[in-house]
Design a protein around this ligand. Structure first.
Ligand code: ZN
Length: 460
């Protein structure tokens, strides 16, 4: 069954608030997609960017905000990979707490993965989550639809119905798509929907019950390792399927469905992405802050917040990931925000669930770790956190252009801080960056022209 009929576009929802009118004085306006980097004022009216310039006069009734002078204003960040735990695991996170964590990190859009309980494998379930976000989330929530029913990898989920409900993409994240025929069929059925398939790459027969990267440190610590081939092996297979479906689509004169690689972790996988992109395949990729900044050596602390899937890998892998982000082979930064309750994480390392939270710290960890030392350009980081993931999800990128919806964040780039549990706004505390020194503090996040997060104030 090949279909080329157009589905409805992605649906993003958040709790509506009355738009505010205010002018930010003396800020640094920074939007790489506009080539904008200048000092000036920013005027917000009726939910939109009303003016950008010097010495703007506030309209009647508009508030003037002077105390953020000198701070940077960025188009709001977009996280295309988060686990919002709703429905079914609201003790770890819910849409309200995830929205709070996201806003505290400068995110204006967050896309929730489908591995909830139940999994989001039908249109009504996706609609239910997006309607919940309309009640409780302070940032825009998008939903990812499952590729397979119940994420079991046996038969396709209700793909067309999910697309019509407005999911932003499709993924069985949390689990790999082991069955090549299932992925092949998904790549055919999704033609014409404008959605891509996001890949969690994991060869389970290699990963087994590994707890960390297989290498020198797993041997030293006596922990079972997950070889990097568990990621690059299935990627090679899936790129062959992509190549095949591209040829098929070309013969039919229709657009192929792109693939997107989630949470790249290994040098081998980056090389495969680089080669496939050079060959013109429709492929995008993301990397997490923890894979860009931390390595397997850290696991010697046996801190369960450092246990994630894919695992933190070797320094040589990390260097290749950073280079991939610098030169654009890796398109996006995504957090893979994965909250877990203390009673789940505070068990022996081998038994702890995979995952770290990441929404609150993503920008500051990367600014402090890569931009401030001169390893990564600020423009590249902001693009990877905003315009690039927007393109992958098929949504309008947040922008500081006059007339655009006011979705932005304000950051004090000079503030260096040590991440503490008090900095985590979500329900869970399993952050790989606890105790780390980071730089750049989000002071305000604005969605649809209303202030959803102001540091030091709690918005209810
Ligand atoms: Zn995953």
């Amino acid at each position: 069954m090949l279909s080329s009929s157009r589905s409805r576009g992605p649906r993003l929802t958040c709790r509506p608030r009355p738009p505010e009118s205010f002018v930010l004085r003396g800020v640094r306006l920074f939007d790489p997609s506009l080539g904008l980097d200048q000092a000036g004022d920013l005027s917000i009216e009726q939910g939109r960017i009303a003016a950008v310039g010097e010495a703007l006069s506030a309209s009647a009734g508009a508030e003037t905000v002077d105390h953020l002078a000198g701070c940077a204003v960025f188009p709001g960040f977009v996280d295309m990979h988060a686990h919002l735990r709703t429905p079914g695991q609201e003790y770890k996170e819910d849409l309200e707490s995830a929205g709070r964590a996201a806003a505290a990190g400068g995110f204006v859009v967050v896309a929730g993965m489908a591995n909830t309980s139940p999994a989001i494998d039908s249109g009504p379930l996706a609609t239910w989550v997006l309607d919940q976000a309309l009640e409780s989330a302070d940032v825009l929530v998008g939903q990812v639809g499952a590729v397979s029913r119940g994420l079991r990898g046996e038969e396709l989920a209700e793909l067309r119905e999910l697309a019509d409900a407005g999911v932003v993409a499709f993924s069985d994240d949390g689990r790999p798509i082991g069955d090549a025929d299932l992925l092949l069929h998904a790549l055919r059925y999704l033609r014409g929907t404008g959605r891509r398939v996001l890949l969690h790459l994991e060869e389970r027969s290699l990963a087994c019950d590994g707890a960390m990267h297989e290498g020198r440190w797993s041997a030293r610590l006596g922990l079972r390792g997950i070889p990097s081939a568990a990621e690059s092996g299935p990627l090679a297979r899936d790129l062959e399927l992509l190549r095949y479906t591209c040829r098929e689509a070309a013969e039919l004169g229709i657009e192929p469905v792109p693939l997107h690689v989630q949470h790249l972790s290994s040098a081998e996988a980056v090389r495969l992405v680089r080669e496939a992109k050079a060959q013109g395949l429709p492929l995008t990729a993301e990397v997490t802050p923890h894979h860009l900044l931390l390595t397997d050596e850290r696991v010697r602390s046996f801190d369960q917040s450092l246990k994630m899937n894919p695992p933190l890998r070797a320094e040589s892998d990390r260097q290749v990931l950073v280079q991939g982000l610098v030169d654009g082979v890796i398109d996006c930064v995504a957090t893979d925000h994965a909250p877990h309750a203390p009673h789940e994480k505070e068990v022996p390392f081998e038994e702890a669930p995979f995952g770290t939270v990441g929404l609150e710290t993503a920008f500051a960890a990367l600014y402090g770790g890569l931009v401030a030392p001169g390893r990564l350009g600020l423009g590249r980081l902001v693009s990877a956190l905003s315009a690039a993931p927007s393109r992958c999800l098929g949504i309008e990128p947040p922008s500081l252009a006059v007339g655009a919806p006011a979705h932005f964040c304000v950051v004090d780039l000079g503030e260096t801080w040590r991440v503490g549990v008090g900095d985590l706004e979500g329900k869970s505390r399993n952050s790989a960056f606890l105790g780390e020194s980071v730089q750049g503090r989000v002071l305000m996040t604005v969605v649809d022209g209303s202030r959803r997060y102001v540091r030091g104030e709690r918005h209810v």
